[in-house]
Structures are given as C-alpha cells and as structure tokens.
Design a protein around this ligand. Structure first.
Ligand code: HEC
Ligand code: HEC
Length: 343
C-alpha cells in the first residue's frame, strides 16, 4: 500500500517537474495558479501544501503586514521593523516594541525569506506561519492575545471583502497568518548588479571584480558559509564574536554544548541597506564587519575553523565591500507590490 502511494506521488511529482520544467523559470506556477516571481537561476522554494499563495492571499497579507492593529498598543506593524527601503530589515540595533520595549536581537532582512526553513537567528521557529504567532505573543514586539487580533480584524470593515476573496470570508488566526506568510513568500530579490553581471547584463569595476574573487576564494573564505544563490548555507556557525558567550544562539534549540554562540548564516542580499549587522546589531558598518573577519574574531572554543586572521590590505577590504554593494537590488526595494498598500 505504502509503496503504491509513493509510486503515485513520484509519478505526480515527475509530471509537475516535467510540465514546469518547460516553462520560463520566472513564472513557475504554484498549485493555485498564482505565479511566484522566481528569479532566474534560483531554485523552486518549498511551500507548505496547506498554504499555496494566491493573488488574493498576497493582497490581503500585504495589508496585514502594514497594519498596526496587530500590535496591542496599535503602534507598530511588521513593516516597522522590516522596512522595504532597508532590504526588509531594521535600522536600529534592537527593534522597538509596541510600547517602547527594547528587543534582544537585530531584525534580519526578509529578502528571499521563502527559502528559509528554520527562522530566527537561532533557527528556533519552523515556519513563516508560526513565526507570525511568535511576533504577536512576544512581549517585546506585538504583545497581544490571539483572540484580540481576531476580534480587531473581524470588526474592521476594510477587511471583509479581502477575506471573502482570499478565504471565503473566514477570519481567524489561521487565515490571518496564512495571508501574511503568503505575502512574505513573494519578497524575492534576484536582480542586483551581481545577478545582472552573471547574466552578462552588467560589468563590474576592477575593485568589484577583485572583491568577488576574494569573496569566493580561500583568501576571503566568505563563500564557505555565504554560499549559493542566497549567499547562505542555511547552517549555524560561531564566528568568534565573543570569547564568552552572551547569547547562546543555536544551543537554545538543540541543547548541544558545541552549538553555543552559533547563529544562522544570514543572506547577504541587499546587505549594504541592512545596517547595523550581526544577530545583535553590534557593527554599524560593513567596514566594521570586514575588520572583524580580518582579525579572525575572538577566541572561543567553538569558533568555526574558517574564521582566522585574513591579513587583507586596506584595498582588499574595500574591494570586498564594493562587491557586497553589488548585491543591492533596486528593483526589490522599489517594488510597488511590496509597499504599504492604499486599500
Ligand atoms: C519590534 C520589531 C519587529 C516586528 C514588529 C516584527 N519583527 Fe520580524 N523580526 C524581528 C527580530 C528582532 C527578528 C529576529 C529574532 C530572532 O532571531 O530571535 C525577526 C525575525 C523575523 C523573521 C525570521 C527571518 C529569518 O530569516 O530567520 C521573519 C520571517 C519575520 N521576522 C517576519 C515578521 C513578520 C511577518 C512580522 C509581523 C507579523 C514581524 N516580523 C514583526 C523584529 C520584528
Ligand atoms: C564560518 C562561516 C562564515 C564565514 C567564513 C563568513 N561568514 Fe559572514 N556570517 C556568518 C554568520 C554565522 C553570521 C551571523 C553571525 C552572528 O550574527 O552572530 C555572519 C554575518 C555576516 C554579515 C552580517 C549580516 C547581517 O545581516 O547582519 C556580513 C556582512 C558577513 N557575514 C559577511 C561576510 C564576509 C564578507 C565574509 C568573508 C570575509 C564572511 N562573512 C565570512 C558566517 C560566516
């Protein structure tokens, strides 16, 4: 029985792959017919079966993403800490909650977040849908009860038609989180100068070129962790930020001693716009980040073997920074579909 099921599933999947394989990469259809704008050269992301994005869900989720009613004091929305112009990250070291609370970590970029299967700097959260619940319940963020969120949205006339279109009028925490997650899945960034360079549509300066070489070779070592289309291995590393652990990082989830001080490798897409840097926003500039790597970090028993003094010249440091700046995607930050809606 099990084997029959698996065979059927395999055949179905193969058909989907064959059919979609013939289409243009950017317009891969999802089950509901909605097309995620997958950039050229990016893989198909995994999307939970129970929540395929539709145009209606995305439209609704976009409004919710910008709605301060989701926070208890009605002062902040998701967009307060994930700012489009800043690559969907925050500009302050620790984000400010709905009543002025100070958070404990730096808000990461949501560029290409659809590819993240373990959320937060320590990967403690398993899905975009669940992550939204965490924001609501977090005392440093929305600090609100779920029933209160549902009541507020049900009472808001401007949402009635949007929920009818997206979820047959069902307004509850499941549909609210599904809609926001659907909007987040559309936040794709793959048209930076670097992408255009790869496609032969842009040329690099000598400095950008040298920076790219340093980034991708054993001298800079960056690519060991910041690898692939999204400049992350989606794994956890201790980069020697502290000799005495201040934030236990990945250890909080796994309880494994060696995971102390390990954090998820962040994407470097739109990195020039997302200062300050690191899980606690300790570095104000890319110069400070490069200086940290150049020194090889501080000694820590679990520091990654790929973090050691690099002996870069001032010019080489500048070259790496210039290369990182090519990862800025103007189309992404100016995309009208990602901005605060007027409906
Ligand atoms: C008060 C500021 C603040 C608000 C409001 C906020 N976030 Fe965040 N967000 C953060 C911080 C800080 C983190 C990192 C938390 C951690 O790693 O422990 C984060 C992490 C995330 C992540 C994980 C990204 C990754 O790659 O791991 C997602 C997704 C996210 N937020 C989406 C949202 C959504 C959707 C909303 C609205 C429902 C929202 N955030 C509201 C500050 C905020
Ligand atoms: C051993 C793996 C590893 C190597 C090698 C590495 N990084 Fe990182 N990088 C990380 C991790 C993990 C973080 C997050 C660390 C934290 O916040 O505690 C990070 C953070 C960053 C950040 C800040 C991102 C943000 O959103 O705050 C930048 C910029 C960066 N790295 C660039 C580089 C460059 C440039 C190199 C090469 C000189 C490099 N990295 C080498 C793993 C690595």
């Amino acid at each position: 029985m099990e084997i029959v099921k698996k065979t059927v599933l395999f055949l179905l999947l193969s058909t989907v792959i064959i059919i979609t394989g013939c289409k243009r990469k950017e317009t891969q259809p999802t089950q509901s017919g909605f097309k995620l704008n997958i950039p050229q050269g990016f893989p198909m992301p995994k999307i939970p079966e129970e929540n395929f994005p539709t145009a209606e869900k995305v439209k609704l989720g976009r409004k919710l993403f910008y709605d301060p009613q989701l926070s208890q004091a009605k002062t902040i929305s998701c967009a307060s800490c994930h700012i489009t112009e800043h690559g969907m990250a925050d500009t302050v070291r620790f984000s400010i909650g709905d009543k002025g609370q100070i958070g404990k970590r730096n808000a990461p970029s949501l560029s290409n977040v659809v590819y993240q299967t373990e959320l937060f700097w320590d990967g403690a959260n398993p899905s975009l849908e669940k992550q939204i619940l965490a924001v609501m319940l977090n005392h440093d963020e929305f600090d609100i009860e779920i029933t209160e969120v549902e009541n507020r949205i049900r009472a808001d006339e401007s949402y009635q038609q949007l929920f009818k279109d997206a979820f047959n009028g069902v307004i509850n925490i499941t549909t609210i989180t599904q809609a926001i997650a659907s909007f987040e899945r559309t936040l794709l960034s793959g048209n930076s100068k670097y992408d255009k360079y790869l496609r032969g549509q842009a040329t690099f300066t000598e400095s950008e070129m040298n920076g790219m070489k340093l980034f991708f070779d054993e001298k800079g070592e960056c690519f060991h962790c910041h690898s692939g289309f999204n400049f992350t291995d989606f794994k956890y590393h201790n980069t020697g930020l502290d000799s005495v652990t201040t934030d236990e990082g990945r250890y909080r989830t796994t309880g494994i001693e060696e995971d102390k001080g390990k954090f998820k490798t962040p994407t470097l897409r739109n990195i020039a716009l997302t200062a300050p840097y690191m899980h606690d926003g300790r570095f104000k500039t890319l110069e400070e980040v490069i200086e940290h790597y150049n020194k090889g970090g501080k000694n820590h028993p679990y520091k990654d073997g790929d973090i050691f003094p690099l002996n870069l010249t001032p010019q080489q440091k500048q070259d790496i920074i210039n290369f990182l700046k090519t990862l800025t995607d103007e189309e992404f930050i100016n995309n009208p579909d990602f901005k605060k809606p007027n409906y």
